[in-house]
Design a protein around this ligand. Structure first.
Ligand code: NAD
Length: 295
């Protein structure tokens, strides 16, 4: 079997953001290896042999519009991967970079995406529990313009206070809400997100700094390890642990997969779900397995 054919990227047009570093860089490398024509966008310089690289700030509508003008008329797969950590005072910027620019770009490019094409995002385990804000997220998603959305954010400081979490929860709500909408389903365009766990990338230092209340990198590193790794004696992922599965999800291999939020976290969020369910039932793992064995 020809594996390149199985992926279906050979000669296809792919647009991907965030390619200068981390998960998206490793995804871009694989896409090139698989024969895709890659149009890559990042605020920083992209050091890969792509078909065309754009240096643009995706938090700015005018810069996104300019890039969109220069992108091809037909796109087979779109990957939206750019992201930043959250610092006090940067709440609106985080919404624009980590969610709104991604929604905006998707909708501006949707007409150009081919039948059976795909749109894939990088969300995060940070968006776990997105169901709690779903109704508010849908309200935001349904606003017609970028300017309306900025006004909405101004009126919801309580929601954007948890800046990183809320932006990723909006992204996960977006995938869930849009997968069966006519603009996607009429052309059988698939829409999915991966939700990575702790991964060593260009963002690691900023995540450490922003997690510590004192902005102390070492303290933040310890806190992140306690939340994401200690509970399962874990280890941080590498960029390709996320970038490669994302390329698979956007490919023909996953031709029937849509509307999915794929946690790539070595099972961590499933263990959170398990704990929450056990607590809700007021039962321990031992009690539940004893009940199952008595059946
Ligand atoms: N690293 C982790 O532990 C982790 C965990 C869960 C989710 N994520 C998410 O993964 C995605 C990829 O991040 P990464 O961890 O590979 O980090 P990274 O910093 O290595 O890559 C992010 C890329 O986004 C680009 N970018 C940032 N702001 C931009 C802007 N305004 N316009 C254009 N490009 C911009 C950066 O220049 C960088 O190349 C992000 O969305 C992040 O939120 C990361």
């Amino acid at each position: 079997m020809d594996l390149k054919k199985l992926f279906g990227y050979e000669g296809k047009t792919v647009v991907i953001t965030g390619s200068a570093s981390g998960m998206s860089k490793s995804a871009t490398e694989l896409l090139l290896e698989l024969g895709a024509k890659v149009y890559a966008i990042d605020i920083n310089k992209i050091d890969l042999p792509v078909t065309k690289a754009f240096q643009a700030d995706m938090s700015k509508k005018e810069e996104i519009d300019k890039v969109i003008e220069e992108l091809p008329e037909k796109i087979d797969a779109l990957f939206l991967c750019h992201g930043i950590a959250a610092f006090p005072g940067k709440e609106l910027l985080v919404q624009k970079v980590n969610f709104y620019s991604q929604k905006y770009m998707t909708e501006k490019l949707l007409d150009r995406i081919s039948e059976h094409g795909s749109v894939t995002y990088i969300s995060s385990v940070g968006g776990f529990g997105w169901q709690q804000v779903y109704n508010k997220a849908v309200e935001l998603i349904n606003l017609p313009t970028w300017e309306d959305a900025m006004e909405w954010y101004d009126k919801h400081p309580d929601l954007i206070k948890s800046a990183y979490v809320f932006a990723k929860q909006c992204l996960e709500s977006y995938v869930t809400y849009k997968c069966m909408s006519p603009e996607f389903i009429n052309k059988k365009i698939r829409i999915n997100a991966i939700n990575p766990g702790d991964t060593t990338t260009g963002l690691t230092e900023d995540f450490n700094k922003s997690t510590s209340p004192n902005g102390d990198v070492k303290e933040g590193e310890e806190m992140i390890s306690n939340i994401f790794l200690k509970s399962w004696n874990g280890y941080p992922a590498e960029p390709k642990d996320m970038g490669y599965p994302m390329v698979v999800i956007g490919s023909d291999i996953c031709s029937y997969m849509s509307g999915q939020l794929i946690y790539i976290d070595y099972g961590l969020t499933s263990s959170w779900t398990s704990l929450a369910l056990l607590q809700a039932n007021n039962k321990s793992i031992e009690e539940l397995s004893a009940e199952a064995n008595n059946k």
